[in-house]
Design a protein around this ligand. Structure first.
Ligand code: SAT
Ligand code: MN
Length: 602
């Protein structure tokens, strides 16, 4: 399959170590995909969904203890602890390899080792990168087929001397002669998701789920790629990319960072409520961005599919996602209907009378538990999305006009706010906080700082990461070509706990304002007023045609809670203090200026 000696030698080493029964080099063909799905139906890992209801689609339930990313077992194993920084778990690379080597020894006995050559980004794009994942999980192969570009064409692009990221993955359950397999093998006692940024390696053990096991996604495209991006002067970010077209057919591309399960997929596929405006999708989770020769920042979506949160997805919240998954999709940890289709919370109302829930138990609307796991997922190729932008695979990427940061914040943070400058935008991103979701194991709903939505995904010291962001802006020869930076919050609530803003398609009203702002100088005051926290829309600047939001509510959505902001300052200071001398001074200055502006306004 390949003449790449580095790859051949590494596969031999891993085979000797993990002792699989068989080796399968993935060619990426649809026959391979179909064969693996058939085999998983036979072994009980997959259920084929009713072909009349959902053609070519499969249903899968994980082990109940293997449902999300495991941040507590995720490590950045850089040579120096200071290079992993305070926001990552760190382990010495040699010690971690010594600890994991016995776990990987014989770990694939009784299983097939799949060699999965993949490209993150369109093959041949100057921004794309190649990785190879060695995994003993056919579930991983099927997902990687949809989420990345896999197979022979990648090996051709790699060539005999090409470089690649090495990812080794085992579910950690060897099958000895007598042992029968289970539908979802995983290792309850040992889970490790380890990154070796200096040698561009990933070792993942014990979990078969999503971001723990599909190594092209968070492990490669964010944690390893963020280190490469720092070294080479570009950005690897946890951002969706959308194309926004105005009624006059003017186009702008927007990238937006929100933490996992905060609505990136919904925004990327939105049906605008505003007549004449169009949103098309480039990506829903990750953006790789490089400055082009013209000085603009160009983004590609390194992925080829969507691994979206299922619960909450409906024809109301995201009709285009619903249309994307009508066929050829994989559903993990959703509920199963008696007629062989899938269901999850809020997909339809009222819920079906009878279901089999994700834990394989009978369920009815009176059951006091959720039918689908809150982090249940669909996997589907991006090309099936009815609003995928025609240029979504353009190898040169799309020029970004605006970068949005946002999270789930019940209080304080207004609907939309434009940064005063690039550095102030970096400040806003670096102080981002959001309520935790079920995309990672642990408490849900706790407010935590999640800078640029990269807290679980930055492969190096976040202080250095902030400095990298600031430097990219400050070194730019033509600052007017930099994307403008905005902060948004769809989740502000009133004192009774109700959302103030209707969200979803109505967010197009905010996108329209952002679009208009990008065409005006930052200091322009026709649509915005300068405040202590940034440029906010004036009361009538947001298009409210046919929207039952009166002036009073609008004012509340755009209000600046000076007391609330002042109360945030010590918590930001505490957050910054963790980065010690790695925190760029520019951010300390931004914090001081914010405090000064708030106090002189108050
Ligand atoms: O990391 S996953 O791919 O499982 C999903 C997410 O957290 O964004
Ligand atoms: Mn994500």
């Amino acid at each position: 399959m390949t003449k790449n000696q580095r790859l051949i030698k590494w596969v031999e080493e891993v085979v000797a170590q993990c002792q699989p029964d068989a080796i399968h080099w993935c060619d990426g063909s649809s026959q391979e995909y179909d064969q693996l799905c058939r085999t998983m139906v036979e072994t009980g890992t997959f259920i084929r969904l009713n072909p009349q209801k959902r053609p070519n689609s499969f249903y899968c339930r994980s082990d109940p203890a293997d449902v999300a990313r495991v941040e507590q077992y995720t490590f950045i194993c850089s040579a120096k602890q200071g290079d992993a920084g305070p926001s990552n778990n760190w382990a010495d690379p040699r010690e971690m390899k010594e600890k994991l080597t016995p776990l990987f020894a014989g770990a694939m006995r009784g299983r097939t080792l799949y060699v999965i050559p993949y490209s993150m980004g369109p093959i041949g794009s100057p921004i794309a990168r190649i990785g190879v994942e060695l995994s003993d999980s056919p579930y991983v192969v099927v997902n990687m087929h949809m989420m990345t570009r896999v197979g022979t064409k990648v090996l051709e692009a790699l060539g005999p001397d090409g470089d690649f990221v090495k990812g080794m993955h085992s579910v950690g359950v060897p099958l000895d002669d007598s042992a029968a397999d289970v539908p979802w093998p995983c290792n309850a006692a040992h889970k490790f998701i380890c990154h070796f940024p200096e040698t561009r390696e990933i070792w993942s053990f014990g979990s078969g789920y999503g971001g723990n096991a599909l190594l092209g996604k968070k492990c490669h495209a964010l944690r390893i790629a963020s280190v490469q991006a720092r070294d080479e002067g570009w950005l690897a970010e946890h951002m969706l990319i959308l194309k926004l077209t105005s009624p006059q057919n003017a186009v702008k591309y927007i990238a937006a960072a929100f933490p996992s399960a905060c609505g990136k997929t919904n925004l990327a596929m939105m049906e605008p409520a505003l007549a004449g405006w169009k949103v098309e999708t480039i990506g829903d989770d990750i953006a790789w961005m490089k400055f082009g020769p013209d000085g603009r920042l160009y983004a590609i979506n390194p992925e080829a599919g969507f691994f979206g949160v299922a619960p909450g997805t409906s024809f109301k919240s995201n009709p285009n996602a619903m249309k994307t998954i009508t066929q050829g999709a994989l559903f993990t940890n959703c509920a199963l209907t008696p007629d062989g289709d899938i269901w999850w919370e809020d997909m339809s109302s009222p819920p079906p009378d009878h279901l089999t829930d994700w834990t394989r138990r009978p369920w009815n609307p009176r059951s006091r538990r959720k039918a689908a796991h809150p982090n249940a997922r669909f996997t589907v190729p991006a090309r099936q999305c009815p609003v995928i932008a025609p240029e979504w695979e353009d190898p040169k990427g799309v020029p970004i006009s605006a970068i949005l940061f946002g999270g789930r914040r019940a209080g304080i943070v207004p609907l939309v706010n434009e940064a005063l400058s690039w550095r102030h935008g970096v400040f806003l991103g670096s102080t981002m906080a959001s309520e935790t979701t079920s995309a990672a194991t642990g408490k849900v709903g706790a407010l935590r700082r999640d800078p640029m939505a990269m807290l679980p995904f930055c492969g190096y010291n976040m202080g250095d990461y902030f400095a990298h962001w600031i430097k990219l802006g400050e070194n730019h020869p033509e600052p007017s070509k930099l994307p403008r930076i905005f902060f948004v919050n769809w989740f502000r609530k009133n004192p009774d706990g109700r959302f103030l803003w209707p969200g979803y398609g109505e967010n197009s009203r905010v996108l329209k304002w952002i679009f208009q702002r990008c065409a005006l100088p930052v200091a322009d005051t026709t649509l915005a007023r300068q405040t202590a926290i940034g440029y906010l829309p004036t009361l009538h600047a947001l298009d409210r045609t046919d929207l039952p939001v009166d002036d009073q509510l609008m004012a509340e959505l755009l209000s600046i809670d000076v007391g609330g902001w002042l109360a945030e300052i010590p918590s930001i200071r505490e957050h910054y203090a963790k980065f010690e001398d790695r925190l760029p001074q520019g951010l300390t200055k931004e914090l001081e200026s914010l405090e000064h502006r708030l106090k002189s306004n108050a």
